[in-house]
Each structure stands twice: as C-alpha cells, then as structure tokens.
Design a protein around this ligand. Structure first.
Ligand SMILES: Cc1cc2nc3c(=O)[nH]c(=O)nc-3n(C[C@H](O)[C@H](O)[C@H](O)COP(=O)(O)OP(=O)(O)OC[C@H]3O[C@@H](n4cnc5c(N)ncnc54)[C@H](O)[C@@H]3O)c2cc1C
Ligand SMILES: NC(=O)c1ccc[n+]([C@@H]2O[C@H](COP(=O)([O-])OP(=O)(O)OC[C@H]3O[C@@H](n4cnc5c(N)ncnc54)[C@H](O)[C@@H]3O)[C@@H](O)[C@H]2O)c1
Length: 464
C-alpha cells in the first residue's frame, strides 16, 4: 500500500493530463488504468486510430480524384488493408508509449488494474488498497447500447466504433446507424475505401447541435461524395444474416417499416459515461439522470475529496474538454484556481472537408434574443483552397450587432479544425470581428477566409 496526494482513476486525456499537471505542481500521483496501454479511449480506440484511417483514406481519395488533374500520373493506388491497419496500430502505440514516458518523467505511478472506491480516500485495485488525499474519477465513456441491436465486435458484422477500427476486411457495403460524429467520420473512411455506405439517422438533420447552415452544406457534400442517407428513421433492430446483417427501421413520416442489408453495420448512436464497478452508489456519489457524475464548479462530487472530469461528467464528450478539466482540477487539488471556459470549446469533425465550430450557433444566438450580425465567406474566393481543389464550404462568423464582439464561428472547408483556433483565441480575449478583420493574415493561406468572414461582418469581404 502506498499513500498518495492524488489517485486518478483512468488514464485517458482527462486522467493522464490531470496526473501530469498535478505532478508538475509537486503532488505524489498514482494513476489506475485497467487497459494494457495508457491514453484511454482517445488514444487506443478513438481520436487517434480514427484519424490515422481518415488520413490514409483521404490520400487514397486524393489519388483517385485529384492527382491526374495536377499532372501526377499513377496507376490506380491499391489498398493493402493489413498494412493500413499496421500503420494505424503503430500510430496508436507511438502515442500510448509517449504517455508512459511522460509518466516516468513526472514520477507518476501507473497502478495497473481496475479500481473501485471502497471509501473516501481509499482506492482498491485487485486485493490492494491505496490511500489518497484526493481521488479524481476520469473513467470516460463507452458506446451506448441500442435496443434491439447486439454489438459483436469479435464477430465483425454488427460493430461499434471499436470494432469498426479493426474490421478483418474492407466491407463492400456498410450501414451506419446514427449521423453523428463517429458515424460520419468512420462512414467516410469506408466510403473512400470503396464500401457503399448508407447512414440511417433518426432526426431530419445530420450532426445534431451544429449550426443549421453547416449541417445542410455538410449533408450535401457528403451525399455528393457518395454517402447515402435515410433521414427521419428510427432503427428498431439489427440481425446477423448470412454474409452480413439486416437492419430494420421505422420511417417517421409514415410509420412504415423498412429493412436494409449490408456486410457490416456500425452502431454509432452516442456514448454513455463508464462508471460501473467504482462503487459510487454505495459511496452516495450524486449522479445526473443521464448517468453522469454530478460535479460542482470545481469538479468536486457530492462526496468530499472525490472529483470527476471528462466524459464521465456532463458537457461535450471531447478529448480536449477532458484535458482542460484535467488540468483545472489538478490546479484546484493543489490549492490553486482551476478554470475552464465552457463557452470556448471548439468541436471538429475530421472529414474532408473538415467541419469546425466554436461558441454560439446562429440559432442559439437568436433564441437567446441577441441581435447579431453574420459575416460569411466562401472558400471559392480563397486562392489557396482553390489550388488544392478545396473550394467547397465557407466560414461563418457571428458577432454581436451592437458591440461587434465575436460570439461564434462555424467553418466547413480545408483545415477547418486548425482555422477555428484563431477564433478561439480571439474569443478568449473578448475580441471584436473588427479586431480579426484588422489582423494581417499571410497570403496565400486558407486562414484568409476567416479574416474575410470578419471583414464581411463589417464593411464587406474583399474577394466575394
Ligand atoms: C471513434 C472515436 C473517435 C473520437 N475522436 C475524437 C476526436 O477526434 N476528438 C475528440 O476531441 N474526441 C474524440 N473522441 C472522444 C474522446 O475519445 C473522448 O471524449 C475522450 O477520450 C474522453 O476522455 P476521458 O479521459 O474522459 O476518458 P477515456 O478516454 O474514455 O479514458 C478513460 C479510461 O479510464 C479507464 N477506466 C475506466 N474505468 C476504470 C476503472 N474502474 N479502473 C481503472 N481504469 C478505468 C478506461 O480503461 C479508459 O482507458 C472520439 C471517440 C471515439 C469513440
Ligand atoms: N471529432 C470528434 O471530436 C469526435 C469524433 C468521434 C466521437 N466524438 C465524440 O463521441 C461521442 C459519440 O459520438 P456518436 O457519433 O456515437 O454520437 P452522436 O451523439 O454524435 O450521434 C449519434 C446520432 O445517432 C442518432 N440516433 C440515435 N438513436 C438512433 C436510432 N435508433 N436510429 C437512428 N439514429 C439514431 C442521433 O440522432 C445522433 O444523430 C460524441 O459526443 C462526440 O463528441 C468526437
């Protein structure tokens, strides 16, 4: 048994960042992780492997669509799925080993195994109990179950995101249940690799929560890329049938029952907090009605000395949100002031084109009764984007009509996931649209489109 200042349960982006920050602040830290590798969902079966497959499949798509246009004459690129899987696995391993190195560097103990909390200040792993002045629950999330659909990742036919990352072969056809971030990212991967992908979505829009104009444009672009969509359809069951699976769904518009078959079915209908086995009920830790750990403004649970962060608590299920909370709660535990600005958390979808947003959508701003102005600029007016065959999409900047303060930004287009950060910084500094418009942007860069959108909030964009 060992006495720690802090034990973190879970080594995902929330937990490992919290541990490193706490160690930097002089605390003695242990991290309990039950997986064989550090890094949590994000590094092992989430952000990183999915981005590796998105990158590889994007390059394949480029070779098929754009190489010839640039005078790059090649015979068709062939896909070696086993090699692509190895590239993905090496990318993951490089990152998870990197966290092991950082733990050693910061003298953080990796306590291997699954933890429970028998009492405040005590963490049990196997037969050993460890003592800690503070405990942080950073146990993340797992795929939510869908009634009538049994996921079998080993079987490789009806899978969740974890199974979809390791399919034994590229399917000829795939049904994606849910047009959220996971469904559209992984659906794009397999579509580019040659599968016929059909997305079945309960709502009438894709990517719920995004700015409506972005949703519409994104839907159009993905359809043009070959993804098929069945909208307003509630999936009721999925059954493995010879050589594939059959999905049954009810169309909301006329209540008709329909079926569709494919080689593989990906269930991507959301994730839920993973808190089983921790013993939270016996401890009396208050939970929300959505199964999340309730926390106050300092990430403290209802039980003294126990904190919680990341996917296990309310808020967007994003790695960088978990990381920010990890740093902030470490500050709090070390007696400092931890802070997360929940109004400025970017969200990115790593398709091509990328989709990125921060702050208020047009709908949210209007619902809040705010007078707003909107500056929009299409990537068609951006020389760099056009040279890269990425003229689709636009930047939409939303500012307060009276004060000119930036309230939100929504981008669909090249490098949207990187471009959004200049707006995040501007928002953190309370900048106006004019501040962005007056900032010199290098030419030719796609970031000029952000400046042009800011100009469009004022006297007008130059290239539109
Ligand atoms: C396919 C996919 C792609 C994604 N892509 C992105 C992306 O591009 N960008 C983004 O921001 N987000 C992405 N996400 C979401 C992101 O992975 C999560 O928001 C993030 O991992 C949450 O971090 P966390 O630290 O809260 O939990 P997690 O990363 O889930 O880590 C929790 C860890 O706790 C461990 N654990 C749980 N219970 C115990 C216990 N009792 N004892 C010991 N250990 C325990 C688990 O094994 C796990 O390793 C993606 C998710 C998926 C599934
Ligand atoms: N790039 C990123 O940042 C990234 C990537 C992947 C995952 N994530 C995170 O992981 C989380 C989970 O992603 P997700 O895509 O599984 O969930 P999601 O909540 O983003 O989307 C789920 C979709 O499934 C639909 N749905 C639910 N039940 C249905 C049914 N019976 N039939 C048809 N459609 C149904 C919902 O309407 C919704 O559109 C998200 O919160 C996201 O933040 C982030």
């Amino acid at each position: 048994m060992c006495m720690y200042d802090l034990i973190v349960i879970g080594a995902g982006p929330g937990g490992y960042v919290c541990a490193i920050r706490a160690a930097q602040l002089g605390l003695k830290v242990g991290v309990v992780e039950g997986r064989d590798a550090l890094g949590g969902t994000c590094l092992n079966v989430g952000c990183i492997p999915s981005k590796a497959l998105l990158h590889a499949s994007h390059l394949l798509h480029e070779s098929q669509e754009n190489f010839e246009k640039m005078g790059l004459m090649i015979s068709p690129v062939e896909v070696d799925w086993t090699k692509m899987q190895s590239y993905k696995a090496e990318t993951v391993a490089g990152n998870t080993k990197g966290i092991e190195f950082l733990f050693k560097k910061n003298k953080i103990d990796w306590i291997k195994g699954w933890a429970s909390i028998p009492a405040p200040g005590r963490v049990k792993v196997g037969d050993t109990e460890h003592e800690a002045k503070a405990i942080v629950i950073a146990t993340g999330s797992s795929p939510a179950a869908l009634k009538g659909v049994e996921v079998d990742n080993e079987g490789g036919t009806i899978v969740d995101s974890t199974g979809a990352l390791v399919l034994p072969k590229i399917p000829k056809s795939m049904i994606v249940i849910g047009a959220g971030v996971i469904g559209l990212e992984l659906g794009s991967v397999y579509s580019r690799l040659g599968a016929e992908v059909t997305v079945i979505e309960y709502l009438d829009v894709i990517t719920p929560g995004l700015d409506t104009e972005i949703q519409k444009q994104f839907h159009k672009i993905l359809a043009k890329q070959g993804l098929k969509f069945v909208m307003g359809a509630a999936v009721t069951s999925a059954q493995v049938k010879e050589g594939g699976a059959e999905v049954a769904y009810a169309l909301k518009k006329d209540d008709s029952q329909q079926t569709l078959t494919a080689d593989v079915v990906l269930v991507s209908t959301g994730r839920r907090p993973h808190v089983e086995g921790l013993g939270l009920e016996a401890l009396g830790v208050a939970m929300t009605d959505r199964g999340q750990v309730k926390v106050d403004g300092h990430w403290a649970t209802s039980v003294k000395g126990i904190y919680a962060i990341g996917d296990a608590v309310p808020g967007p299920m994003l790695a960088h949100k978990a990381e920010d909370e990890g740093m902030a709660v470490a500050d709090v535990i070390a007696g400092k002031h931890g802070h997360v600005n929940y109004g400025v958390i970017p969200a990115v979808i790593y398709t091509t084109p990328e989709v990125a947003s921060v702050g208020l959508t047009e709908e949210q701003a209007k619902e809040g009764g705010r007078k707003i102005k909107i500056g929009k600029f299409p990537f068609m007016g951006n020389a760099r984007a056009k040279a890269q065959f990425q003229g689709e999409g636009f930047v939409k900047l939303i500012a307060d009509a009276e004060t000119d303060r930036i309230l939100g930004c929504h981008i669909i287009g090249p490098s949207a996931g990187d471009l959004i950060h200049e707006v995040c910084v501007a928002m953190e500094f309370g900048a106006s649209a004019e501040d962005l418009a007056l900032t010199c942007h290098a030419h030719p860069t796609v970031s000029e489109a952000v400046r042009e959108a800011a100009l469009a909030c004022g006297t007008g964009a130059i290239h539109a």
